[in-house]
Design a protein around this ligand. Structure first.
Ligand code: SAM
Length: 207
C-alpha cells in the first residue's frame, strides 16, 4: 500500500477540520496547506450555498486542489467533477481516487468567444449521461482554462451551467474579472439572477 506523505496527511486533516467547522480561520489553513487558488471569502460563499442544501447535487467544472474539500463538505450528496486536461485529471484522480470525475473535451478556442455568443446551438458538447440526468442544486464553473486565446475558454461550461442547473439552484462562476466570463455569465445566467459578487467570483440564483 502506498504510504501517505506526512504533509498530505496534515492537509487532509486540515480539510476535515474545515468541513466540520468552515469558519474563515480554518478555511485559510486548509487553503494554504492544499495550495487552493480560490480566496477565503470565495470558498466561504460557495460553502454556505452547499451547507444550506446538503446533501445536494454539486457539479464542478474543473478539478483542483480544492476538489477533496468539496466532496467532503457535501458528504452524503453527489459531487461530480468535469475536467478537460487528461494529465491534470490523472494527477488529481490518483491523489484522490474516490472523486467522481469525468474527462470532457470542449473543442473551442477562447478566440472564438464573440462568434459563439450569437450561436448558442454551437455551444453544445457531449456530456456523460449522468451529468445530463441529475438536477444540479449547485454548479461551480472554474474551468476550462481561459487566460490565453489558444485555450478553450469558458463559453461552453458557462452555457451548460445555465442549462443543467435546476430551478432555484445556485451557479458560481470564477474569474469574472475577465471579459468572457463576465459577458457569458450575464448573457446565459442573467444579470437579474446575480445575487453576490465577491473577489473574482459571481453567484447567480437561477429562477
Ligand atoms: C482554475 S483550476 C481550479 C482551481 C481550484 N478551484 C482552486 O481553487 O485551486 C481549474 C483548471 O485549471 C487547470 N489546472 C489547474 N492547475 C493546473 C496545473 N497545476 N497543471 C495543469 N492544469 C491545471 C485544470 O485543467 C483545471 O480544469
Amino acid at each position: 500500500m502506498k504510504a501517505t506523505h506526512p504533509w498530505q496527511s496534515i492537509s487532509n486533516r486540515l480539510t476535515e477540520r474545515c468541513v466540520i467547522n468552515p469558519i474563515w480561520s480554518s478555511i485559510l489553513l486548509m487553503k494554504i496547506s492544499n495550495r487552493i487558488q480560490l480566496s477565503v471569502p470565495e470558498i466561504s460563499l460557495i460553502a454556505s450555498s452547499i451547507l444550506a442544501r446538503k446533501p445536494c447535487n454539486f457539479l464542478v467544472f474543473g478539478m483542483g486542489n480544492d476538489s477533496l474539500f468539496w466532496k467532503f463538505l457535501n458528504r452524503g450528496g453527489q459531487t461530480l467533477f468535469l475536467e478537460d486536461n487528461p494529465h491534470w485529471y490523472q494527477r488529481i484522480s490518483q491523489k484522490h481516487p474516490h472523486l467522481n470525475a469525468h474527462l470532457v473535451q470542449y473543442n473551442t478556442k477562447r478566440s472564438q468567444w464573440k462568434d459563439l455568443l450569437s450561436k448558442p446551438a454551437d455551444l453544445g458538447f457531449p456530456l456523460p449521461q449522468e451529468v445530463e440526468e441529475i438536477p444540479w442544486d449547485v454548479i461551480l464553473v472554474d474551468a476550462p482554462n481561459g487566460w490565453r486565446n489558444d485555450q478553450p475558454g469558458r463559453m461552453k461550461s458557462i452555457y451548460h451551467a445555465s442549462k443543467l442547473i435546476r430551478p432555484g439552484g445556485d451557479v458560481f462562476v470564477h474569474d469574472c474579472n475577465r471579459t468572457i466570463e463576465r459577458i457569458y455569465s450575464s448573457t446565459f445566467l442573467g444579470n437579474e439572477n446575480l445575487v453576490a459578487s465577491i473577489g473574482r467570483l459571481r453567484m447567480f440564483c437561477i429562477g
